[in-house]
Design a binder for this molecule. Sequence first.
Ligand code: FE
Length: 345
Amino acid sequence: MRRMVFPLLLAVGVAGIVLGGVRGTGGQDEAAAVGDEVVVYSSRQEHLIRPLFERFTEETGIRVRYTTDNAGALMARLQSEGRNTQADLFMTVDAGNLWQAAERGLLAPMESELLTQAIPVHLRDPDGHWFGLSVRARTLVYSTERVDPEALRGYADLADEQWRGRLCLRSSQSVYNQSLVAMLIASHGVERTEEIVKGWVANLAAQPFSNDTSTMEAVVAGQCDVALVNTYYFGRLQSQNPDVPLAVHWADQEGNGVHVNISGAGVTRHAQRPGAARKLLEWLAGEEAQALYGALNHEYPAREGIDWDPLVASWGDYRVDDTNLAEAGRLQTQAVMLMDRAGYR
Ligand code: FE
């Protein structure tokens, strides 16, 4: 991923063109055109979305009502509510979940020049059902006390014998790991990926953990030396304890690049306020929202040319696997079966 820093004038010029359609001439006019309310179902936590929604309301006059729950519960709810749903926009994490929502017919495809210009092609559904709004990197975090970073390469290399009894992983139940393995299948094929995952299992120092934070805490505690996690969890740990003896290693920089995933959103199939939903989604992809969106959770903006949160920037630039994330959904079932065959619980 490369941060593109535009000269100020150029950036203002680009923003003017790209955002021209969204800003309109003022809150009242906006609301008159698309209604004064939009309803969101979100698996993103309230503290991560509320500041954005408040800004959106200030700028457009459109109120945002939202319900938060886990992704599975919200999808089940959308399904059972059908055309009676109040929800106009569905927001969640992981392309695997967004792909599922689209597959179950819960999202409507949307054509938006603004979104296709703002969001890189690998971070959105080719058919326009969902769009990435923030980017999370899933990579290696290692003990700075016991690991020589020169020894680290990428995901496949964690299957090497040198990591026997030194690896900690989160459970294969996590959609994050399902998506990671699906993307490994996309680049290496099923057979090779199964070898890799078997190697991981053979190298585990402990039973898989229920979340990324406890996985890293096991490294801090000396139970293992290297883990695979989303970097924003590392960011949380590091902001609580700047001296935590862990560091990020960017995987596969000579190979396919780091596996990234998204948090994102799509307009619901039965949206009663599709105009307002589109407006909110386009606003979330705009420059102001993007500067806030990733930083609220130590993630990366989906849009290019936005400065990174300083803590996040301190981990350095890296090359991203830019395979379209729809693959994470398409190959999810295969990934789950593969992990099961490999004995990864
Ligand atoms: Fe997470």
